[in-house]
Design a protein. Structure first.
Length: 189
C-alpha cells in the first residue's frame, strides 16, 4: 500500500509560511536599499572631491538613487499584494516567483551598467554593485525553495559574465586597454 503524501493542511501551512518568509525577505531588501539611498548621497557630499574624481557629475548618483527608489517601491508593492493574497487564502503561481527573482537579481547588473558610464572597467567590475549579487543570492534562501535559489545564482552568474565581456570590450575601445590574454602572446613573440 503506497504511503499517503503530506496532509493537505500541512502543504497549505507550508505554502503560507514560505510566502510569509518571502514577505520578510522583501521588507529586508526594501530596508537595505532605503538605507543605501540615504548613505550614498551623504558620502558623496562628505567626500565630494573624491566623488568628482571618479564620477564627473552627480548624474550617476541620481540614476542609482532612482533605480534604488524603484526597487524599494517594487518590493513594498509586491509585499503588499502578496499580503492581500495571503489574507484571501490565495497563493501566487510559482512562475511569478521566478519572474520576481529575475527582476531582483538583475538590479546589480543595472547598477553596474550605470556605473560603467563614468568609471574604468576595473573599478566597475570590482565595485560595490558586484557585491549585491551575493546579497541577493543569500536572501534567496529565505524563499525556502532550492530551485529559486539555484535560479537566482544562475541569473547572477550569467548576467555578470555577460557584463564582464561588455564592459571589458567598452574599456578596450575607450581606454585602449589590451585584450585579456594578449599580453602573454606579445611577450612570447
Amino acid at each position: 500500500m503506497p504511503s499517503p503524501g503530506p496532509a493537505p493542511d500541512f502543504e497549505t501551512h507550508l505554502s503560507r509560511e514560505i510566502l510569509q518568509s518571502e514577505r520578510t525577505r522583501m521588507a529586508l531588501l526594501a530596508a537595505l536599499f532605503a538605507l543605501l539611498s540615504l548613505v550614498f548621497p551623504v558620502f558623496a557630499w562628505i567626500f565630494h572631491s573624491e566623488y568628482v574624481q571618479f564620477f564627473h557629475s552627480y548624474a550617476t548618483l541620481y540614476a542609482v538613487l532612482g533605480v534604488s527608489g524603484g526597487l524599494i517601491a517594487y518590493e513594498l508593492t509586491t509585499r503588499w499584494i502578496l499580503g492581500r493574497r495571503l489574507a484571501r487564502g490565495a497563493v501566487p503561481p510559482t512562475w511569478l516567483r521566478f519572474v520576481n527573482a529575475f527582476i531582483e537579481t538583475s538590479l546589480p547588473s543595472l547598477l553596474i551598467v550605470l556605473a560603467a558610464r563614468d568609471l574604468s572597467p576595473l573599478s566597475v567590475l570590482q565595485g560595490p554593485a558586484v557585491l549585491l549579487y551575493g546579497v541577493f543570492i543569500v536572501l534567496s534562501t529565505l524563499r525556502l525553495d532550492f530551485a529559486l535559489s539555484v535560479f537566482t545564482g544562475a541569473v547572477a552568474g550569467i548576467e555578470f559574465t555577460a557584463l564582464i565581456g561588455m564592459i571589458l570590450d567598452a574599456g578596450i575601445a575607450r581606454y585602449g586597454m589590451a585584450r585579456p590574454g594578449t599580453e602573454r602572446l606579445r611577450r612570447t613573440a
